[in-house]
Design a binder for this molecule. Structure first.
Ligand code: AMP
Ligand code: MG
Length: 514
């Protein structure tokens, strides 16, 4: 195994070695060891990723001990990163890896990959919390990061899921009902786990020297195509982060993913989806929906607000990079560009969802109207877009029936929207007249997944796993590897949310408790 330690070898370290909660200045990380798991049990391993990392030859026992933090590879020096962040719009100061520990940086096939354990005990950044994670939130991160990867969305990845053997106490709804839950550890991987907040904290502390070191390091390791550090390179770096972030958010809107906690400490500098907490998948098309009960009052991180929030977060990153750039107008121009590019690319993406590859003038209105109708008639987003592959221009009535079936409205109430659907489908039929039907269907099937990790699906996997039955987890893991394939044998998951899940904790309501 080829281990490198690029991050720790290149950047300033916290001089204190003891593991206690503290403020860490003039440093990017602290060395810290995982707390050994009393009785580790590997529940799932991502075989493909294991091979990609060159770890396939480790025996089951070795890999279990390694990915639960019980053995440390000879050449690696585990550490926790120091970062800050804006949480729900407010500067929160130092946060850091409170329960994530980087256990190794693997060099394989010319790729450097960092492996982090999430939930393997306290670090100097744990603040008042315990450093652990429960099975429920670990299953959610494990399944969702791989689902996103296979949907073609930039994301951190999940390598393994283990039980630690240590019970953890959590108050799921923060309502005074603490209970023990199984402790778990996810091993996750990424090219880098650096966040917007990593830069923000250094800027907030006016530590320009360390800020420059971190920016130069990030460019050299992850944006090397931009060239040697200089003011121009820093500007190009910001421009690239803006562009990657835009691409990520467009993907989220495409598949109906709501992150739920888009704080700047949860924004990856590589534009990866990171830190899967109280995320959710849109079922009825409702731009105001957020799965995060902690955010239920202001709904800051609702589905329809993810793009303005990304812009807000990028503005915080611009502020953090300012000391190295000192050109307000250029930074403002780039942020303005994000807005116009986003709007343009969003329409292109939405048109692809309805099978149109070449935009025309009136298309923006067609999409606008569709979104209004989907919202008003509470249609399931995944079912609606995928089922457009069944649309026949000469049989509009039949398709309206389909939409009615895919709506969460009472069938009687749906009737009030029928005429508008008819008008929209007629307009759509005219718009696609010149498009070859096979091409249209192909684009629809490649843009709109048939299988996504609906909130209740994750919950079923959790409920079974809490009884040591991992069959649902295994099944979902396999289905979500091919989200665009028909997989008729798994058709039961291509359906509306069942009634029992309507208001269930874990299905439509999630807190940050994890
Ligand atoms: P999140 O919003 O879940 O990404 O977490 C925000 C901050 O809280 C990060 O600094 C986390 O490391 C920290 N944190 C969350 N849960 C825990 C925990 N159980 N123990 C220690 N730190 C935690
Ligand atoms: Mg986080």
């Amino acid at each position: 195994m080829n281990i490198s330690n690029t991050f720790t070898a290149s950047l300033p370290k916290d001089k204190t070695k003891e593991n206690y909660t503290r403020q860490v200045h003039n440093a990017c990380y602290s060395f810290v060891l995982p707390t050994p798991a009393p009785n580790p049990k590997l529940i799932h391993i991502n075989k493909k990723l294991q091979e990609q990392l060159g770890l396939e030859n480790l025996a089951e026992k070795e890999i279990t001990e390694f990915l639960s933090g019980n053995t440390i590879l000879n050449d690696s020096n585990p550490f926790a990163m120091c970062y800050g962040g804006h949480q729900f719009g407010h500067w929160a100061g130092q946060l850091g890896d409170g329960r994530a520990i980087n256990i190794a940086e693997i060099n394989h096939n010319k790729l450097k990959t960092a492996i982090q354990l999430k939930g393997s005990g306290p670090t100097p950044y744990s603040r008042g919390a315990d450093g652990y994670a429960v099975l429920r939130s670990s299953i959610r991160e494990y399944l969702c990061s791989e689902a996103m990867y296979h949907l073609g969305i930039p994301t951190t990845r999940a390598l393994s899921l283990s039980l630690s053997g240590k019970p953890i106490v959590r108050d799921v709804l923060y309502n005074g009902n603490p209970a023990e839950e199984p402790g778990a550890i996810v091993a996750r991987t990424a090219e880098s786990f650096v966040r917007f907040g990593s830069f923000e904290l250094l800027a907030a502390r006016q530590d320009k020297e360390t800020l420059k070191k971190l920016v130069d390091f990030t460019i050299k390791e992850h944006y090397s195509e931009l060239g040697e550090p200089s003011k121009e390179t820093y500007i190009a770096f910001f421009q690239s982060v803006v562009s990657k972030t835009k691409i990520m958010i467009i993907h989220w809107q495409r598949v109906g993913f709501v992150h739920g906690v888009m704080n700047t400490d949860n924004m990856s500098i590589l534009g990866l989806t990171i830190d899967y907490g109280p995320y959710g998948w849109l079922e009825e098309f409702n731009p105001s929906w957020t799965p995060n009960t902690t955010d239920s009052q202001h709904k800051r991180y609702r589905f329809g607000n993810q793009y303005p929030i990304a812009l807000w977060n990028l503005t915080q990153l611009a502020n953090a990079l300012y000391p190295l750039i000192e050109e307000v107008d250029i930074l403002k121009d780039i942020l303005r560009g994000f807005k116009s590019n986003f709007n343009r690319d969003y329409i292109v993406m939405m048109l692809q969802k309805v099978g149109i590859s070449v935009p025309q003038n009136e298309d923006g209105r067609l999409i606008e109207k569709l979104q209004q109708l989907l919202e008003k008639s509470q249609v399931d987003m995944t079912l609606f877009f995928r089922n457009l592959n069944l649309f026949e221009t000469e049989n509009i009535e039949k398709h309206i029936k389909k939409i009615k079936d895919d709506s969460y409205l009472d069938p009687k109430d749906f009737e009030a929207n029928k005429l508008e659907w008819e008008a929209w489908l007629k307009e759509y039929a005219i718009r696609i007249e010149s498009i070859e039907n096979e091409k249209r269907i192909e684009l629809i099937n490649n843009t709109n997944p048939k299988y996504v990790l609906r909130n209740y699906m994750a919950q079923l996997a959790i409920k079974a796993a809490e009884k040591e039955d991992y069959s649902v987890l295994n099944e979902l893991f396999e289905i979500l590897k091919k989200p665009y394939d028909e997989q008729p044998e798994h058709g039961k998951w291509f359906a509306k949310r069942p009634k029992w899940a309507d208001d269930k904790v874990g299905c439509s309501m999630l807190s940050c408790s994890s």
